[in-house]
Design a binder for this molecule. Structure first.
Ligand code: ATP
Ligand code: SF4
Ligand code: MG
Length: 357
């Protein structure tokens, strides 16, 4: 395959970035199956994150978002026990070819920092915040200098009494405060990329927005790029610049957020968008849902299109062969046999059996 064909084949939300910070190419991850052997749960995922950019990976539960995110620096379950292939170019260096030591370095200063969904599980319950946050700071700082730096960070994320928070154990913080502390801890390592995997799902809606506003503002001020993993397209529309829509371990559509949301080309992306609640005038009966469930990963490979069993637009041509990647514009692409030939779906075909999780 020539370089041009390879480029055309792969979904890349931000082709305009000459030197992306993160350039994920054809990432495959297979995990050990309880019944023996391996099952592929990430199937040729490609996307880019520009320096200082805000990219989102969106999709339903079980689509492979977290495994993709963890595979970038080979964290469990995408660690040595998994089979991982492709390229993860971070500042031009392939992290999949890096040694364990180089990977650890990539997770430290100037590298990739993670913020996870459950702040309380991410924090060690028996250690004071100060002890665990100091791990994120460069070595060699005096205790006083480290405390000053950490207190300043905790102040920036909105903890009312940062010095007292440093002495606190995680159980003394509310969920929102603990998540803010996790953001502070991630920022303490001055990452170039902050990877936030469902960072606000465990929080109530008002706190969610505050925490995401904070995360966006702090990253913007520092020039830190964000990779947000979420099932919530409403958050994507508010915070992200570019988006990759994942289904059954593949990117099925990607592009700049305004383009994808204004004219989603993949029936799954379209269905996700119709499932977003809108406050004004929304009646329960207006809320579209996607019928059925994501099939289990062991069934994905047998389906030319894994969305076909749930797709209101499926036709005979869909089962002939896997859909190639088609570019709708230089920065907007889709993986669907019928892309381009589709008129908007009739409202009644949205189904009502299974809410998007
Ligand atoms: N440790 C593991 N061992 C085996 N299979 C796993 C493991 N972790 C995830 N999987 C499987 O890999 C697939 C993708 O999981 P992943 O956690 O990436 O989904 P997700 O899109 O992040 O979902 P959610 O929105 O629920 O977090 C799922 O079918 C899941 O069951
Ligand atoms: S390829 Fe066919 S079944 Fe799959 S999403 Fe497109 S229209 Fe639906
Ligand atoms: Mg997940």
């Amino acid at each position: 395959m020539t370089a041009t064909e390879t480029e055309r084949e792969r979904p890349v939300a931000d082709r305009s970035a000459d030197a992306p910070l993160l350039d994920v190419r054809d990432l495959h991850v297979s995990l050990p199956s309880p019944g023996g052997g391996f099952v592929e749960v990430v199937r040729g995922v490609s996307f880019r994150v520009a320096p200082g950019g805000f990219h989102a990976l969106v999709g339903e539960s079980g689509c492979g978002k977290s495994v993709t995110a963890m595979a970038l620096t080979r964290l469990p379950p995408a660690d040595a026990a998994a089979r991982v292939s492709g390229r993860v170019l971070f500042r031009g260096r392939d992290l999949l070819a890096a040694s364990p030591r180089e990977l650890r370095a990539a997770r430290r200063k100037g590298g990739v920092a993670y913020v996870f969904q459950e702040a309380m599980s991410a924090l060690n319950p028996v250690l004071r915040l100060r002890t665990q946050m100091r791990e994120a700071l460069p070595r060699g700082l005096s205790r006083a200098a480290a405390d000053d730096r950490l207190a300043a960070l905790l102040g920036e994320v909105g903890l009312p009494d940062p010095r007292a928070a440093l002495r606190a154990h995680p159980c003394e913080l509310s969920g929102g405060m603990a998540q803010r502390a996790c953001i502070a801890m991630a920022l303490a390592q001055e990452p170039a990329l902050l990877l936030a995997d469902e960072p606000t799902t465990a929080l109530d809606v008002l706190v969610q927005r505050k925490v995401l506003d904070l995360l966006r503002d702090l990253c913007r001020a520092r020039g830190t790029a964000v990779l947000l993993v979420t099932h919530n397209l409403a958050l994507v529309s508010e915070y992200a610049e570019t988006v990759s829509v994942l289904y059954a371990g593949q990117v099925v559509e990607d592009g700049p957020v305004p383009d994808v949301l204004a004219a989603p080309a993949h029936p799954y992306a379209e269905a996700l968008l119709r499932a977003v609640p809108r406050i004004e005038g929304t009646r329960p009966e207006d809320l579209a849902t996607i019928p059925g469930r994501v099939p289990p990963p062991r069934d994905w490979v047998a389906l030319p299109c894994a969305f076909a069993p749930r797709c209101p637009r499926a036709a005979a041509s869909c089962s002939a062969a896997p859909a190639p990647w088609s570019g709708l514009s230089p920065r907007h692409g889709v993986r669907c046999v019928r892309a381009g030939a589709l008129a908007p779906a009739p409202a009644e075909q949205a189904g009502a059996e299974q809410e998007v999780e």
